[in-house]
Ligand binder design. Structure first.
Ligand code: HEC
Length: 236
């Protein structure tokens, strides 16, 4: 039996498959760790949550396992008034986004600060957590980091939600799942390009604005206007 051919064929297939996975999965992962996440990237992933596209956690794209973004002006623990703060509430069992699960995705310095000052390592999905995005000056450079306010300030998800009135429960992040589910990405992008687009569609994203977001909805070619800032340029 000509078994040799099968052996050669399957090895060639294995080599081609392995090489393509190395290029598509490993190389971008190494690349992105060399980029420091911006506060926009942190805001995006914390408001979208981990489940933003086709995944086993939400196979029918119903928006399961979404965090709730709120704006609060009272400290959930002490009740004292604080400056208006955007908080990302992950109730029990809501999956954390990639930057919390794998902090190195945030880039070297933001990851280190998020762990030391922000104590994100102590957050647990079993208990839920509340996150906020903060900035600190590290050797003369402004570094954004994620703070696990449950550990640092004792803000529990329930107490934080109680401090947010209904109008303050932002719908942030809810549109992304719709965008993916309804196939808007087929024609629209969420990536204004740094060309003349800029003047009409609003500021283009910078390198580091997407660390930890999954999936990104760049689209491959664009058949319709970019929708990134559509809410601010059109009236409801
Ligand atoms: C088959 C391609 C296609 C798909 C799919 C599609 N759109 Fe569009 N959309 C267009 C085109 C083309 C325009 C521009 C129409 C014009 O300017 O006359 C547009 C315009 C828009 C605009 C106005 C944009 C602006 O800058 O004023 C919005 C908002 C929009 N679409 C939302 C959506 C949403 C939400 C979905 C998914 C539910 C979606 N579109 C899916 C083709 C598409």
């Amino acid at each position: 039996m000509a078994f040799r051919e099968y052996k050669i064929g399957s090895r060639m297939f294995g080599l081609a498959f392995g090489t393509s996975m190395f290029i598509t999965l490993y190389m971008p992962a190494v690349d992105i760790q060399n980029v420091s996440a911006t506060s926009i990237a942190m805001d995006r992933q914390l408001s979208f949550g981990r489940v933003g596209g086709f995944s086993y956690e939400d196979p029918f794209l119903q928006g399961w396992g979404k965090p709730i973004t709120v704006q609060i002006s009272q400290d959930p623990k002490t009740g004292a008034s604080i400056e208006s703060t955007r908080a990302f509430v992950y109730e029990k069992d809501v999956p954390f986004p990639n930057g919390i699960r794998h902090p190195r995705i945030l880039g070297k310095v933001p990851a280190a600060v998020s762990k030391s000052k922000g104590r994100i390592n102590e957050a647990s999905e079993d208990q839920g957590a509340v996150f906020i995005v903060r900035e600190v000056i590290e050797s003369g450079v402004m570094v954004p980091y994620i703070e696990n306010a449950t550990a640092t300030r004792g803000w529990s998800p329930t107490a934080t939600l109680a401090k947010a009135s209904d109008s303050q429960r932002l719908l942030v992040g809810k549109g992304k799942i719709m965008f993916v589910r309804e196939g808007c990405w087929w024609c629209h992008t969420l990536l204004p390009e740094q060309t003349q687009d800029w003047q009409y569609f609003g500021a283009p994203p910078m390198l580091g604005d997407f660390n930890g977001e999954s999936p990104t909805a760049f689209g491959s070619d664009r058949k319709a206007p970019d929708l990134t800032h559509v809410g601010s340029r059109n009236s409801a």
